[in-house]
Design a protein around this ligand. Structure first.
Ligand code: HEM
Length: 406
């Protein structure tokens, strides 16, 4: 069978849905990727199968170029079994507690107000401005060691790590440089904190400084830096969703009216879920078959690459009637089923690899979408196309808005 890695690089988000359309049994795609047999699964039952630890392991699954840009060597994403559970507990404890989520939202709203207060007559690229807002929020929330002059560099580097992970060439080199720069900054900060006699404030940063892994040792400096970046980078990456939220408010102005009038926040939460479902961000997640497996009659050999089709599942008409219609209403009467809506992975957040930052993402995206809807702005002429061949994608212009003179 022909290796399809080049086709993936060329086709982007359309790659897996296209193979699926051509597969005899559309729920399973057999192909070759990165020189391995690859089997792609789709649908809520496949999510359950994929997130069973006995079926899929993560060690060795992610290619070096992805680790050296997006996640970092030794990241929680690459661990299995007890090692994973102990490291994951640190993230889950710090990120999913409702008080921690509310505090993150407070920091994000404060940073947003400060960024947009001097609104008079300027144009702003929403994607970049949102990244700066989120960088300030995650710094203040987590106690990260960046002063006001350095936080813009953190925002730019974190965007670069995400922007360059899935492509060869200059974007990829920028991503590598960004990662090694920020790993260096954070490793030095962890070393300094460990050497300090002043007792540390009780922050997520301090929790990572003190954390002991399954083997009972402190994280080495590099791993501590990698995991701190696994908080900062994805928090700043919520900027992709904020830019998409701006695009949706512009494209479907009635959603802006609903958000403006949204009292208790139910509509804002539904809007945030629909932005995460509708717009393309994560194409798929992957792991390796832990042993010989079978899925719906298809044999999957041990060590085959198993992919879970995130983008395709979020646009599956069997799960989402009229899937290419942007409709927050689909989430108003009931919350999404956790294995149906999987823009941040599926399964159980404690035991599996589901994203521990999902609650923060939904709450922050809801809050910033509402703040954006309540503000006055217009959309100057620009290129609003969202190219599906590019991973990750965004409105080409970054979504520029003009703030009226005060
Ligand atoms: C894991 C997406 C925001 C921290 C993941 C996974 C996805 C994802 C797809 C992997 C699931 C898997 O491998 O099965 C996203 C998206 C976000 C986002 C689209 C929005 C921008 C966040 C935030 C944080 C975060 C805000 C933390 C502040 C993590 C961590 C993992 C993870 C630590 C690894 C979990 C593990 O391997 O057990 N995320 N995420 N993410 N995410 Fe997020």
């Amino acid at each position: 069978m022909q290796d399809r890695t080049v086709a993936l690089l060329l086709q982007g988000y359309g790659w897996l849905p296209d193979l699926r359309r051509r597969a005899p049994n559309g729920d399973v795609v057999r192909t070759r990727l990165l020189g391995r047999t690859a089997v792609a699964l789709h649908g809520p039952e496949a999510v359950h199968f994929f997130y069973d630890e006995g079926h899929v392991r993560r060690a060795g699954a992610l290619p070096g170029p992805v680790l050296d840009t997006l996640f970092g060597r030794g990241a929680v994403h690459t661990l299995d079994g007890a090692d994973h559970r102990v490291r994951k507990a640190l993230f889950v404890a710090g990120l999913t507690d409702p008080a921690a989520v509310a505090s993150f939202v407070d920091h994000a709203e404060t940073a947003w107000r400060a960024a947009f207060a001097p609104s008079g007559g300027r144009e702003v690229v929403l994607f970049e401005e949102a990244a700066l807002v989120l960088a300030r929020a995650v710094r203040d929330w987590a106690g990260l060691p960046y002063d006001d002059g350095e936080v813009g560099g953190l925002a730019r580097d974190c965007l670069a790590m995400v922007d360059g992970f899935a492509t060869p060439g200059p974007r990829h080199l920028r991503a590598r440089r960004a990662r090694s720069r920020q790993e260096g900054v954070l490793a030095r900060a962890v070393e300094e904190a460990r050497g300090s006699t002043v007792s540390a404030a009780d922050t997520p940063f301090a929790a990572f400084v003190r954390h002991r892994d399954a083997g009972a040792g402190l994280l080495d400096l590099h791993t501590a830096a990698v995991e701190l970046l696994n908080v900062a980078r994805p928090a700043i990456a919520i900027a992709w969703f904020v830019a998409f939220a701006g695009h949706a408010l512009h494209r479907w102005p009635e959603t802006r009216e609903h958000l403006r009038d949204d009292g208790p926040g139910a509509y804002a939460t539904a809007f945030a879920h629909e932005v995460r479902r509708f717009y393309p961000f994560v194409p798929f997640v992957g792991g390796l078959a832990a042993r010989d497996l079978e899925w719906r009659g298809e044999p999957i050999p041990e060590d085959a690459l198993l992919l879970l089709d995130v983008y395709g599942q979020n646009h599956d008409a069997a799960l989402w009637p009229d899937p290419y219609r942007f409709d927050p209403g689909r989430f108003l009467s009931r919350p999404p089923h956790p294995d149906a809506l999987i823009p941040q992975g599926g399964g159980d957040v404690h035991t599996g690899h589901r994203c521990p930052g999902e609650d923060i993402t939904v709450a922050v995206l809801a809050a910033l979408s509402r703040a954006l809807a309540r503000q006055e702005w217009t959309v100057p002429p620009q290129d609003l196309r969202i190219p599906l061949r590019r991973i990750p994608t965004a409105p080409r212009s970054g979504f520029r808005i003009a703030l009226p003179p005060v």
